[in-house]
Write a protein that binds this ligand. Structure first.
Ligand SMILES: Cc1cc2nc3c(=O)[nH]c(=O)nc-3n(C[C@H](O)[C@H](O)[C@H](O)COP(=O)(O)OP(=O)(O)OC[C@H]3O[C@@H](n4cnc5c(N)ncnc54)[C@H](O)[C@@H]3O)c2cc1C
Length: 494
């Protein structure tokens, strides 16, 4: 039995639903199919004993600008975005030293935003001057320079500067992991600079009701415009005939459409859903070479009373970054002395996210994206220990430690592992030299009518969710144009 649609979107992650909703709003008949029992992909919401939030720490939507603002405006639901603000604790530890905490108050511009940071790094006057120069150079990069820096890694860019203080080098390396979710020596300087400038110049927060509420609002627009979403609908094949897409097949049904937009990840789309045999060998090799992002190992703590004061906690040391060598050591169970640490307390942004008088912290650290990685449990145990050292006053109020997740669970909820070591990418494909900015994989595949959407392709810089939403915004007009062109070519002759 076959259903006919103008466009089928495979996957209801943020990229898929934004693209689908925009296409439905433009008048196309859209069907979104997702293998999960709920929409949202990596940002699917959780609801546990009255606590709401995400499965892993998620945060960072700029209030005044960026893809979320643009998407909600274009979908006609701008007033629903509703980003809540709260303080962020940036914690830093020098080797052998104590943890030092700097608190960023959302929306408040410090007179000298570097002062606290340099104090916590314990820099002398000369080191402050060098550090200020490097940070200023980054902040003032022109669009042309950023374009060039798509081809230069963070590590290579730093090597062009002399006498960089160790804490500043560590800061860039750690943020290549934190903000760009990539292996330090591969992340492109352009990506890191763009993200850092966005975070330095805008107020960022967390959506009221969590990321799942944003997804619901977007799906609401899709449905209001005649679009349809089917969950528990795993696409087994994207059907191709003579170089053009003809539809998709689930286990028990074929859905026909001249356009398929895949949110399932570039690797699984090419290597599994369509199949290598439909692509040129060079393209298959290009896809196989694309580097995955890092993974993330997470857990949540339920507290019997509110003990965590801030909305976001980020803990780093100058030596907590991950490069390829350290990832290999982690696989053998050898972890950095201090782990980079990221935690979010949803109810500190939106009190409705927890039962009155209680609190939930979702926290974790970066790791390999390999769903089969053996070190994840040990890593989570180290996160437990590090939390206890950092927040001894909170420990007596931990009611439960639960929700331990890693690359294996991420892969189950989002992309199918199709190559060894891949599948549990936290954000998607990495923003590394050769695959980001001007080199980002194109959203239009070599097969007529097949497009990619989501973090992997077609979007612009910024964090994971931003990339996915920006891809949805940029891919929708491409699809629409293709739809019109195709109609013009296939118009019935008088
Ligand atoms: C631990 C963790 C922490 C994160 N923290 C942040 C953060 O703080 N800030 C931030 O901005 N971003 C963060 N992200 C990243 C962000 O969640 C992702 O980059 C973004 O949500 C990816 O969206 P996407 O559209 O690319 O697709 P995904 O969310 O990957 O969705 C893909 C969808 O496709 C579906 N699918 C796949 N295959 C099939 C198939 N064969 N048939 C049908 N459906 C299929 C999946 O079920 C899924 O719903 C984090 C991610 C993780 C995992």
């Amino acid at each position: 039995m076959a259903d006919r649609h103008d466009v089928i979107v495979v996957g209801a992650g943020l990229g898929g639903v934004v693209c689908g909703a925009l296409l439905a709003k433009s008048g196309l008949k859209v069907l979104v199919l997702d293998k999960n029992n709920r929409v949202g992909g990596k940002q699917m919401g959780i609801s546990v004993r009255g606590f709401k939030g995400e499965m892993w720490p998620t945060y960072g939507i700029p209030v005044e600008l960026g893809p979320f603002v643009d998407a909600f405006r274009q979908l006609g639901i701008e007033s629903k975005l509703n980003i809540m603000l709260k303080t962020q604790a940036l914690m830093y530890r020098r080797p052998g030293g104590e943890w030092v905490t700097m608190v960023n108050v959302a929306g408040k511009q410090e007179k000298d935003p570097t002062e606290n940071m340099f104090n916590s790094w314990q820099l002398d006057a000369k080191e402050r001057e060098v550090s200020l120069g490097v940070l200023a150079e980054m902040a003032l990069l022109t669009p042309e320079q950023l374009y060039e820096l798509d081809d230069v890694s963070v590590q290579q860019w730093l090597a062009q500067h002399e006498n960089i203080p160790r804490p500043l080098r560590g800061f860039f390396a750690v943020h290549a992991n934190l903000m760009s979710t990539g292996i330090y020596e591969l992340v492109a300087m352009s990506e890191l600079a763009r993200i850092m400038v966005i975070f330095g110049s805008s107020t960022t927060g967390y959506p009221k009701g969590g990321y799942a509420r944003l997804v619901e609002d977007i799906v609401g627009v899709l449905k209001a415009n005649g679009g349809e979403v089917r969950t528990n609908a795993r696409v087994e094949r994207i059907l191709v005939d003579d170089g053009s897409v003809t539809g998709v097949a689930t286990k028990d049904r074929v859905y026909k459409a001249p356009i398929v937009v895949s949110n399932a990840g570039v690797h699984p789309t090419v290597l599994k859903l369509v199949g290598e045999e439909h692509f040129d060998k060079g393209y298959v090799n290009y896809v196989k070479d694309i580097v995955p992002s890092l993974g993330f190992a997470s857990q949540r703590y339920i507290f019997s009373k509110p003990v965590m004061e801030h909305g976001v906690y980020i803990g780093t040391s100058e030596d907590s970054f991950l490069d390829s060598e350290r990832l290999e050591k982690m696989a053998e169970g050898k972890f950095p002395e201090v782990l980079s640490f990221y935690g979010v307390v949803p109810s500190n942004f939106d009190p409705d996210m927890a039962p009155p008088g209680k609190q939930m912290l979702v926290l974790g650290t970066w790791c390999s994206p390999d769903p089969k990685a053996k070190e994840i449990k040990a890593l989570q145990k180290k996160v437990d220990q590090q939390f206890e050292e950092m927040f001894p006053e909170a420990v007596p109020y931990i009611e439960s430690r639960e929700g331990y997740m890693g690359p294996a669970q991420v892969a189950t909820l989002s992309r199918d592992p199709v190559l060894p070591g891949l599948g549990g990418e936290a954000v998607g494909l990495a923003v590394t030299v050769g695959y980001c900015g001007k080199n980002k994989p194109l959203a239009k595949s070599p097969i007529s009518g097949l497009f990619y959407v989501g973090h992997d392709a077609g979007g612009r810089a910024f964090l994971g969710t931003h990339q996915a939403v920006s891809s949805g915004l940029m891919v929708a007009p491409l699809v629409q144009k293709y739809f019109i062109e195709r109609k013009a070519v296939h118009r019935p002759q008088p």
